[in-house]
Design a protein around this ligand. Structure first.
Ligand SMILES: NC(=O)c1ccc[n+]([C@@H]2O[C@H](COP(=O)([O-])OP(=O)(O)OC[C@H]3O[C@@H](n4cnc5c(N)ncnc54)[C@H](O)[C@@H]3O)[C@@H](O)[C@H]2O)c1
Length: 282
């Protein structure tokens, strides 16, 4: 594995590009939006500076990391040489299905296609390709250069050899991969999202205020951040979308999203990115 192509240069895509490039891989970073690529390059530069100032990397490694990343707005030229493509585009099933169809046509036969999706079925994405044995989930956590976990999701048809290759590759990035099977929410979000939804229910029912709910989980359970603040950081729209995937996928009413969450999303209070969520970020 040498050439890695990353699709989507948003929050996750730029972090994944940074991490691979820092570990010596040649990275092609694609986005349909040229502005997003410019922003991503700025973010990577700023995050490398932070690592440099903390003594985590040398100046030479910073320079080499930047040289290892090339940006593109068209998929075709950026995937021709790819050994691995990691799709980190917007969490939308239609966007991802059409990307996987296109990638299957454009990539070499042996190229592995991975998705960083938080909740969309890997088996479903694989089903629109002619290489379902070479489609896998690589679920990085935010912020990617810092968080150690990679949840490696094995689709129904993903081969053992491809899973082993991705597990080893994740280790070569200094990450700890954990293998899970492809069921709604995988493990991370299947456990995290019901907790966040329950915290929102507790607020909605007036059991406690937002600070109190977050304090209980921080001080009592040693969580670095309370669930309501975490929901603001993830984005309330993203949380709602994932909870709906759990609800649809399992058909179990225990996953019904809290009406307060639905109302807040409809009102455009999406958390930190809109400066208003459970907390105010102005
Ligand atoms: N944000 C998180 O904390 C987090 C954590 C784990 C996984 N994820 C997953 O990672 C993926 C990306 O999330 P994000 O938070 O980085 O989103 P984001 O909105 O920050 O970035 C998505 C980027 O994809 C680009 N894009 C959309 N369609 C495209 C296409 N067809 N071709 C190329 N680029 C395209 C957009 O222009 C945008 O720049 C999603 O699947 C999400 O579920 C997010």
């Amino acid at each position: 594995m040498k050439n890695i192509t990353i699709i989507g240069s948003g929050t996750m895509g730029n972090g994944i590009a940074h991490t691979f490039a820092q570990h010596g891989f040649q990275v092609s970073l694609i986005d349909i939006n040229q502005k997003a690529l410019i922003e991503a390059t700025k973010t990577i530069n700023a995050n490398l500076d932070r690592q440099l100032n903390k003594g985590v990397i040398s100046f030479d490694l910073k320079e080499q990391t930047l040289k290892n990343i090339k940006t593109f707005t068209s998929i075709k030229e950026a995937v021709s040489n790819a050994d691995l493509v990691i799709e980190a585009a917007t969490e939308n099933i239609d966007t991802k299905l059409s990307l996987f169809q296109e990638l299957d046509k454009l990539c070499k036969q042996e190229t592995i296609l991975a998705s960083n999706t938080s909740s969309i079925s890997i088996t479903k994405l694989a089903s629109v390709t002619n290489r379902p044995d070479r489609v896998i989930g690589m679920h990085f956590m935010n912020p990617v250069p810092i968080m150690i976990l990679v949840e490696v999701i094995r689709g129904y048809n993903t081969s053992k050899r491809v899973t082993e290759t991705i597990m080893e590759l994740s280790k070569s990035l200094g990450k700890t991969p954990v293998e899970v099977n492809d069921y709604p929410g995988f493990i991370a979000n299947r456990i995290l999202m019901p907790m966040i939804n329950e915290a929102i229910y507790a607020l909605y029912e007036g059991v406690a205020g937002k600070e109190e709910i977050d304090q209980v989980m921080k001080l009592g359970m040693a969580h670095p951040m309370g669930p309501l603040q975490l929901a603001d950081f993830i984005g309330l729209d993203v949380c709602l979308a994932i909870i709906k995937v759990l609800q649809d996928g399992f058909g179990n009413p225990k996953y019904a999203p809290c009406p307060l969450l639905v109302n807040m999303v409809n009102a455009g209070r999406l958390g930190k990115k809109t400066k208003q969520g459970f907390y105010n970020y102005e």
